[in-house]
Design a protein. Sequence first.
Length: 398
Amino acid sequence: EIVMANVSGIPAPRLLSTTNQMTNAAAGNTNRATGSMNGRNLTQIKTPQSMIDNASEELTTSLESKSSDDFAIKDRKRQGKGSDSLLKMVQEYTELTNDDTRNAKRAMLSQVLRASQSSQDVLEKTLEQFSNKTDAWASLAEIAQEYGAESPQPTGLKSVLDAMETLENEFGDEIKAGLKGALNSKEFTDIGSAAQLRDLYTTTVTITAAPDAVLARLLEEYESDDDLDRAIDFLLSTLGGELESADPSMDKVHLQSVMGDIEKTQQLHSSHKQCTTALSRWKEKHKGGGENSTLTPLEMMRELIALKNENFISPSSIDKIVDQADPQDIEKEVLFLQEMLAAVRKFPIMVFDNVENRVRVMGAVQDAVDDAVRREDEFLFQKEHPDVPLQPDENNIQ
């Protein structure tokens, strides 16, 4: 008979199902689980930690499709063993996210789940207390470890392990991403708690969104540009760690795609800062913008970058942005366009895809500035010389 024990960081072979292990335990065989492999009798020394390892060793999942566009939580297939230190991750996660409220909920749940009940009931009761899937799974892992260390073991242990497996099957990527995000939050406590950064990372990698939509979400969450920059640094740091890891939360093709989008988001934020500065100067220094002004820095940035998609950038496309700004008079319009030109000149080339697009957009805004200046000159000339008719060619204006 070969005796096998779990070595820290190396999951033992899964000889028996969790159900069979618990059947053996109920019969008083609490320290060993037996089975066979290649015709030989095997015994696995069973510890509380090994039960957690067995329940969670398949948490790492892969996407059914390698296309990032087709990515969805439900589109996955089970992957083989690959979580070599998941219990340690859970312990670190608990240390980072624990507070009095979470401790109270987990303690109450531990008492409620001791009695035998269906795994579905366990799952529902857990999700009532912990709506976040990573939090729910980690709490069940803590409870399972607690139950496994007791003698006799509570009758509810099997259902707890089954509920963990159900969560893994349905939300494996989300759970693992949450663990990774929380564990990487230690260097970014200045912008949020471990739970907040866990949610930020999980949302970012599990919900496909365009870079400008990601920026819009970050702008809602972070008031200062410095904090938003730090949030982007956190996302890039966590993604970089995942891509270097042998045990990432998701398919690396998808994670690489997300990282590319976040890098674009970083460039968009740089552009957004320029638009914020331009609008602030125009409104505060030049007193621009009337009651009907609806233009925001985000919308201004989006409109300017969208011009790259036009084969011929018509003056009406620039007029659309000006109308949203509501300059009220020609002088304010000139000042607005000049501020907008100064802003777009500082946009990173990357947001326009190439230098040619950048030159075309800047040229269109420059043309709009020139046209507005011409109209302002006409207005001022006519104001000073009301009896002198304007010449059709602006170059003839005296």
